[in-house]
Design a protein around this ligand. Structure first.
Ligand code: NAD
Ligand code: UDP
Length: 314
């Protein structure tokens, strides 16, 4: 049995990860400040003997004897990370320093949940890990993009300078049950709008693309990365390479929900990337042939069911 710290464990991805690690027989410390996460996401785990919940903000140091750390604490939706951009930078940068310091002190292995946002609005398509990105350092998205880039730098520096056992994954757009209904990201927005019969809000003309990964595929990739061979640090892309336009996504959601919602077009936010698709050759090679298994239609089906119950209060 390992003792594993999951920061951001009450969030969308973190709650799925806690459940998986707990089911494997590990002891879990789930740490969260509930900025975008919620106890509701992990309430089914609360009575478990080996599950512990800690309210804590990772911009402050935290001490615990652990074997592994998954560092997920950070708001991921543009609406939320732009709400208090200075805090977002602090969470990424000071949070990384605090968690890396902890890993160094107790000799824990630590995985960083980085992001495809490190590629910015990419000029290289699809994006391999060797691409350094095209990021605006002073725009609305910079607090998140540059915060995550700096966190990657810190992970590499603690590894090179202090021999900390680090693993870095770059996560591409991920969706699934337990996203917050007001999260603001595109999949949850479209589903909630379609189920409520509200207009579907497409930003821009809807030709921008994203590649959507179902959460189970991400959790599998994270787990394989944490347990990958010694010396393999990454960064490694974890995402689904099948690319869709936002217009295609909207139509698929309307179809699957049988909704009468109409599509409405709103202005494109500043620095919104035009395209995004992961090159996953490295993940396949290093992570035992890992690749996404869940097709968009199937993943949307599970997610729609979740939101339908949530909105009906079931
Ligand atoms: P989320 O917002 O649902 O979860 C983030 C969690 O971190 C929340 O529970 C929040 O309360 C907590 N948190 C935020 N700031 C904190 C702080 N200072 N101290 C302690 N806890 C804090 O987002 P998510 O989609 O579950 O994302 C999890 C991680 O994966 C994030 O680091 C995000 O950047 C990364 N990521 C996610 C995606 C995606 O598409 N879901 C894509 C790329 C990267
Ligand atoms: N988007 C949209 N309508 C919404 C929310 C988002 O058209 O209600 C667009 C957004 O402009 C972006 C894409 O969907 O082009 C993905 O947005 P999201 O916030 O989910 O993730 P990110 O931009 O960080 O990839």
């Amino acid at each position: 049995m390992k003792r594993i710290l999951v920061t951001g464990g009450a969030g969308f991805v973190g709650s799925h990860l806690c459940e998986r690690l707990l089911n494997e027989g590990n002891e879990i410390i789930c740490l969260d400040n509930y900025f975008t996460g919620s106890k509701r996401n992990i309430e089914h785990l609360m009575d478990h003997h080996y599950f512990e919940l800690v309210r804590h903000d990772i911009t402050n140091p935290y001490m615990a004897e652990v074997d592994e750390i998954y560092n997920l604490a950070c708001p991921a939706s543009p609406v939320h990370y732009q709400h208090n951009p200075i805090k977002t930078v602090k969470t990424s940068v000071m949070g990384a320093i605090n968690m890396l310091g902890l890993a160094k002190r107790v000799g824990a292995k630590i995985l960083q949940a980085s992001t495809s946002e490190v590629y910015g609005d990419p000029a290289v398509h699809p994006q391999p890990e060797s691409y350094w990105g095209n990021v605006n350092p002073i725009g609305l998205r910079s607090c998140y993009d540059e915060g995550k880039r700096c966190a990657e730098t810190l992970f590499m520096d603690y590894h090179n300078q202090n021999d900390v056992d680090v693993k870095i994954i770059r996560i591409f757009n991920t969706y699934g049950p337990k996203m917050h209904p007001q999260d603001g990201r595109v999949v949850s927005n479209f589903i909630v709008q379609a189920l409520n019969g509200d207009d579907i809000t497409i930003f821009g003309n809807g030709t921008q693309t994203r590649s959507f990964q179902y959460v189970d595929d991400l959790v599998e990739g994270m787990h394989r990365m944490m347990n990958s061979r010694d010396g393999f640090v990454g960064p490694v892309n974890i995402g689904n390479p099948i690319e869709f336009t936002m217009l295609e996504l909207a139509k698929e959601v309307i179809d699957l929900t049988n909704s009468n919602s109409k599509i409405t077009f709103l202005p494109l936010p500043q620095d919104d990337p035009l395209q995004r698709q992961p090159n996953i050759s490295l993940a396949k090679k290093e992570l035992d042939g890992w690749e996404p298994k869940v097709h968009l239609k199937e993943g949307l089906g599970h997610t729609i069911k979740y939101f339908d119950k949530l909105l009906k209060g079931i």
